[in-house]
Design a protein around this ligand. Sequence first.
Ligand SMILES: NC(=O)c1ccc[n+]([C@@H]2O[C@H](COP(=O)([O-])OP(=O)(O)OC[C@H]3O[C@@H](n4cnc5c(N)ncnc54)[C@H](OP(=O)(O)O)[C@@H]3O)[C@@H](O)[C@H]2O)c1
Length: 230
Amino acid sequence: MATIAIVGAGPGLGFSIGKVFGQQGFEVALIARRRSTLDDMVGRLGELEIPAGGYQADIMDRASLVQAFKDIAANHSPVEVLEFSPAPRGPQPGLVLAGPLDVSVANVQPHIDFYVHGAITATGQVLPDMIERGTGTLLFTTGPSSVEPSPAMGNVGIACAALRNWVLNLHDTLASKGVYAAHVPLSLSADEADPETIAPHYWNLHTRGEGAEHLLSGDVLRAAPRTEES
Ligand SMILES: NC(=O)c1ccc[n+]([C@@H]2O[C@H](COP(=O)([O-])OP(=O)(O)OC[C@H]3O[C@@H](n4cnc5c(N)ncnc54)[C@H](OP(=O)(O)O)[C@@H]3O)[C@@H](O)[C@H]2O)c1
């Protein structure tokens, strides 16, 4: 068996991605801060006979994230897929939105910590083993401001664009090592943002292993087929 580790796993996209990969034979390791939500998701995956574990960690607390991956390594098969899609639901210290004229070092740094340093830390826990095995997939999800500047997301966009830049470089650098890395910007209206519709695309990205960036818009979701066979 292989494991998918989902960093920032909540009842929306994270859970649906876990379900899709679990139905394809993966173990599912979910990382988030709230124990109650993790337990609920692990229970729901268990009802589908998907082996799953919930690991409490805060992306802003690097040590807790590293520990979560140590626990995952102890409890699961090797991590074959890392999916990074945290969403700061509700207030989080420092994670505020600022327009271009209000951008400051103080309101950009937390987003860099969250998106860039979080992704680098998570990746560092699994990538050496992937390179050694010559196999693995790294998928990093952001919102549209990573590719399309949006004044309302003046500070967040800086961090998400930086994450994107790193991932595109990773893609090129890892191609010769058997590891697939891709950036997945979601650009969806509220009506289109159905996790159950979005999640199968992540399976398809993993199995195809092609392309440094896959923007998932409403048109893309409507045009694409559902989950392909492994
Ligand atoms: N309009 C669009 O284009 C669109 C639509 C939907 C989603 N998205 C993107 O898709 C991604 C996932 O969205 P979603 O809400 O459906 O995901 P989700 O998997 O339902 O939730 C993400 C989870 O991230 C966790 N999280 C937040 N802060 C964290 C932290 N500091 N450390 C660890 N975990 C943390 C939260 O759980 P805890 O609170 O328990 O930590 C939250 O439940 C995001 O990148 C979002 O921007 C974009």
